[in-house]
Each structure stands twice: as C-alpha cells, then as structure tokens.
Design a protein. Structure first.
Length: 224
C-alpha cells in the first residue's frame, strides 16, 4: 500500500494529510438529499445517471454512439477501459484555462439548444468542467442539460468540498456514482457500506455561482 502526502494550500479547511494512492475515490451524489425540506441535487443526479447509463439519449447529438466516461464499475474499479464500457475514470483539473475551455464549449451548446433560457434554469454539463474529460476534450462525449440553478450550484459545491476532503489534486483519477431518487443504494450496484459526508453549512453560500453554475468552489465558503 502506497501513500501520497501533501500540504496543498488550496485545501483551505485542513492542514497537510495523506491518501492511499492505489485506491480510486468515488464521488457519490445522493438524489434523496434534502435541506430545509427541499431536494437539493435531484436534477443534477438525474442528469448524471442519464449521461452515464443512457449517453445516446443526451444532448448534444442524441442518437449517436456516445461513450461518456466516469461511471464507477466495481468489476473494473481502476481507470483502464474494458470492452463495451465507457473507458476510464475522470481526472480532476485545477488548470483555469482547461476549466474555461470546457465551459466555453458546454455553455454555448446550451444556448444553442435552448435559446433564451433564463434563471432559474441553468446549464449543467457532464463530465464536470473541473475535469480533463470535460466538454472541450472531445467533440461528442459529453452531455448538457438545463436544470435548476440552485440544484446546479448545490452539486458544484458538494463536488468542490469532496475534492478538498479527499485531496483530489491536479490529474487525480476518480469515478462517479449516484444514488437515484427513491432508492437507497448506488445505481452501479456496488456492494459495501455507503459513507456519508455531510456538507458544511457554509458551503451553501452561492455568491460566486451564476446561472450556468460557474463558480470556483474549492472548499467551504465563509459566511458573509
């Protein structure tokens, strides 16, 4: 077993720490999560399920043979490809130009597909803009969907805190799983105990999140 240790300055809520380098972390989004009696990431979760399990139905270019990466497969938990399955994990990026390039593809695509959309609708993209597999990396292997802006921002803040807590650095691989609405187990069918990781209350401040979910959530945001 090997460890990677660091004291990265961008992990603002924690001091130095270590991770097990040969374990692939999995970001799990729970569609059933509620806050103040409202479902907070239900629409994002539904979009991710669609992108990972029915990619040929997603925009852009529905009806084509799309292979959107990121799906957790307990039988192939590494980051290699396997026949007939989307290949590999996602890889986090902290490079601002890469993130901007991903959004520069996804957001105009939303505006082309749904001309004139307005808040509370917003453009959600998968794979995440904060990954090297984002919309700018290919011509077809991504998905965009209009979802509620608060849902979009909630999932973005959860991903940002998860990056920090799991020390997901530049180029770090990870997979994605979803607990569908009305269910208690991940859609992947992965066995084992689901570890819950409550979001800090202060991360619900959306002062840097816009109609298109654009924000730099890299950790809990101090209350204003």
């Amino acid at each position: 077993m090997a460890f990677i240790c660091d004291s990265a300055a961008w992990i603002t809520a924690y001091s130095g720490g270590c991770i097990v380098s040969n374990v692939r972390p999995v970001f799990v989004l729970n569609a059933n999560e509620k806050k103040k009696n409202k479902y907070v990431v239900r629409e994002t979760a539904a979009h991710i399920i669609k992108a990972l399990y029915a990619p040929g139905t997603t925009n852009p270019n529905p009806g084509t043979a799309k292979r959107i990466p990121g799906k957790f497969d307990s039988a192939n938990s590494g980051c290699g490809s396997s026949p007939g399955k989307p290949s590999g994990c996602l890889h986090r990026t902290r490079i601002n130009s890469t993130i901007s390039n991903n959004r520069a593809v996804a957001i105009p695509m939303c505006r082309t597909l749904w001309s004139g959309y307005r808040s509370p609708q917003s453009c959600d993209e998968f794979p995440f803009a904060s990954t090297h597999e984002g919309a700018a990396s290919t011509s077809n292997q991504y998905s965009v969907e209009l979802i509620d802006v608060k849902d979009n921002c909630s999932s973005g803040s959860r991903l940002g805190v998860w990056y920090m807590r799991n020390r997901i650095r530049e180029g770090s691989p990870f997979a994605v799983d979803v607990i569908p609405f009305g269910q208690t187990r991940p859609i992947s069918g992965a066995p084992g105990v689901i570890v819950t990781d409550p979001l800090p209350d202060e991360a619900d401040y959306f002062d840097r999140c816009t109609i298109d979910g654009v924000g730099e959530f890299i950790g809990p945001i101090p209350p204003q």
